[in-house]
Design a protein around this ligand. Structure first.
Ligand SMILES: NC(=O)c1ccc[n+]([C@@H]2O[C@H](COP(=O)([O-])OP(=O)(O)OC[C@H]3O[C@@H](n4cnc5c(N)ncnc54)[C@H](O)[C@@H]3O)[C@@H](O)[C@H]2O)c1
Length: 291
């Protein structure tokens, strides 16, 4: 039996890039897939490719930032395939810009799609999975949540996705519904938009990549998180970057924690003594050796 046999899965933004790779791989592992994209032609294209390869897929185009559409999308999986076992909450946009250049319109659209749309779909899926008491939701975060030049607003939406994932996982603990986030890396239409800023960033980054991986390299991780083999994995951000697979740490309180009755003077004293040299590093960091 294939790892996703019998699973009924919705994948958003699956008309191209990473979403299309997740959809094809999930179908090849036995899942029946609802292929969403805001671009109907792109959604149809992915669904047709899957069906031509012998898999099960139906296209359902629409804008996931629309709250009502998110509900309709999850219902379409139940209507067509008889249930909803998984969601890859993949649809997203990137509008890279330095802080001084970013526009209100771009910020609002990134928040609408990357954050509001992700929450709308995760919520609509969780509500429908709670009753049977099983399901897996994979939200999509990004390394940029740690901070990156030119990716401030985009990274803020992805940090929001990670924070939402942590809270959702806490609420759904013991419900049978698992929630994780995936932090992928791939050469896609989105990644190409960012090429000039990546070059600017290289000097200020701790973690660097010269060549971005193929989208398909990310798909086995997304599909593993959907599968029953991952039934103990919950509330995590999982990073896949080419040959590297890891967890991403949660925001945490850094030691030392100093206790006192705080006045301006005692705060200033603390920063000048105990906290001196302990400021946190910026950007995506790793303490080991990366190739
Ligand atoms: N490519 C990377 O290296 C990378 C890294 C970190 C995170 N991500 C995230 O992975 C996801 C996929 O990225 P990608 O690189 O494949 O991007 P992409 O631009 O190649 O594909 C995104 C797809 O989402 C669709 N889409 C956009 N807005 C939508 C909406 N409102 N409703 C439905 N569909 C919509 C687009 O039409 C497109 O087909 C995004 O959430 C992105 O932020 C990508």
């Amino acid at each position: 039996m294939k790892p996703l046999s019998g699973k009924r899965i919705v994948i958003t933004g699956a008309g191209g890039g990473l979403g299309a790779a997740y959809a094809s791989h999930a179908a090849s592992l036995g899942a029946a897939v609802i292929v969403n994209d805001i671009d109907p032609q792109a959604a149809n294209g992915t669904a047709e490719t899957i069906v031509a390869a012998g898999g099960q897929a139906i296209a359902h185009a629409g804008d996931i930032s629309n709250w009502d559409f998110a509900e309709t999308l999850m219902d379409s999986c139940i209507d067509h395939f008889g249930g909803l076992d998984g969601l890859i909450n993949n649809a997203g946009i990137l509008r890279p810009a330095l802080i001084a250049d970013i526009t209100e319109r771009d910020v609002r659209r990134m928040v609408e799609i990357n954050l509001v749309g992700t929450i709308a779909c995760a919520r609509a899926a969780a509500i429908r999975m709670r009753q049977p008491g099983r399901g897996s939701i994979v939200n999509v975060a990004s390394g940029s949540q740690a901070g990156d030049i030119g990716l401030g607003a985009y990274g803020a939406t992805k940090a929001g996705v990670a924070a939402f994932t942590f809270s959702m996982a806490m609420e759904l603990r013991d419900s049978g519904v698992r929630v994780n986030a995936l932090s992928p890396l791939a050469e896609t239409a989105m990644a190409k938009q960012n090429a000039h800023l990546m070059a600017m960033q290289s000097a200020s980054r701790d973690v660097r990549y010269t060549k971005l991986p193929d989208p398909g390299i990310n798909a086995p991780v997304a599909c593993y998180l959907l599968s029953d083999e991952a039934d103990q994995v919950h509330g995590q951000v999982v990073r896949i970057a080419g040959r590297q697979l890891s967890f991403v740490t949660h925001p945490t309180i850094a030691a030392p924690v100093i206790e006192g009755d705080w006045t301006f003077e005692t705060v200033a004293h603390c920063f000048a003594t105990v906290l001196k040299g302990r400021q946190q590093k910026l950007g995506l960091t790793f303490s080991g050796q990366l190739s």
